[in-house]
Design a protein around this ligand. Structure first.
Ligand SMILES: C[S@@+](CC[C@H](N)C(=O)[O-])C[C@H]1O[C@@H](n2cnc3c(N)ncnc32)[C@H](O)[C@@H]1O
Length: 220
């Protein structure tokens, strides 16, 4: 009988996650890891929109490693609106001084290298809707953590949700039902409501702002 996948990360993976730059708290990270290990058992790749410096990617990569599948992470690495200079989530260390724009790709590569997970990840540098347009295969898990405007969150949902296989998981970060909770807005919440209203997804779990939905129907 095949061994059950571990749904809690090993201490060294958790330590690498906590040491990485990024925005995901530990509790949500544990929920993401549990979802990723379950989804990876389908034998299909796991895909993330919104790599940033690789904090959440570590968790998807380790879950993918355990199951012998790949984790794919998509980002243009120029930062979201709220990460630009002058905004609350800006980190000046992410600016490439030569180009004068954010570039989180070097930090992401260092994160994965330090965690020893480089060979389990395919990093795609590009705009999520463009990548989704040329993507052909089914996915065990789609994790949406890219741009937080309605334009971007909606495009991520429309581009990637149809690729989630029957029984696979759609995970959405920064779902805040109460508008006073967050300055980045409620676009992820609206996408979450839309996924549920489609009839194609059923909620499996909610940990803080992380929602895990399972694909249980066709029409998206
Ligand atoms: C909130 S951060 C991701 C955080 C990351 N998941 C973590 O755990 O630290 C959002 C990322 O999405 C990227 N992004 C925003 N809009 C995008 C788009 N349309 N296509 C690709 N990447 C995008 C930004 O460059 C940024 O790195």
């Amino acid at each position: 009988m095949a061994a059950e996948p571990k749904t809690e990360p090993r201490p060294e993976i958790l330590a690498a996650f906590e040491a990485a730059e990024g925005f995901m708290p530990r509790g949500e990270g544990l929920a993401l890891y549990a979802a990723a290990t379950r989804a990876a058992a389908l034998g299909l790749p796991l895909l993330e929109v919104g790599t940033y410096c690789g904090r959440s990617t570590i968790l998807l990569a380790d879950a993918a490693r355990q199951a012998g599948v790949s984790a794919i992470t998509v980002d243009h690495h120029r930062g979201s609106e709220e990460q630009q200079p002058g905004w609350e989530y800006h980190d000046p260390r992410t600016v490439d001084p030569e180009v004068g724009l954010m570039d989180t790709l070097p930090a992401f590569r260092r994160t994965l290298h330090r965690a020893g997970l480089e060979e389990h990840v395919i990093a795609v540098v590009g705009r999520s809707p463009q990548v989704a347009k040329v993507w052909g295969g089914s996915l065990g898990l789609v994790f949406i953590d890219g741009g937080h405007t309605d334009e971007h969150a909606t495009a991520d949902y429309e581009g990637w949700a149809p690729h989630v296989a029957e029984g696979g998981l759609l995970v959405i970060h920064d779902v805040f039902p109460d508008p006073v909770d967050i300055m980045t807005g409620q676009a992820p919440y609206r996408v979450y409501l839309r996924a549920l209203a489609s009839g194609a997804f059923t909620e499996v779990s909610a940990v803080d702002s992380l929602r895990v939905l399972r694909r249980t129907g066709a029409g998206i």
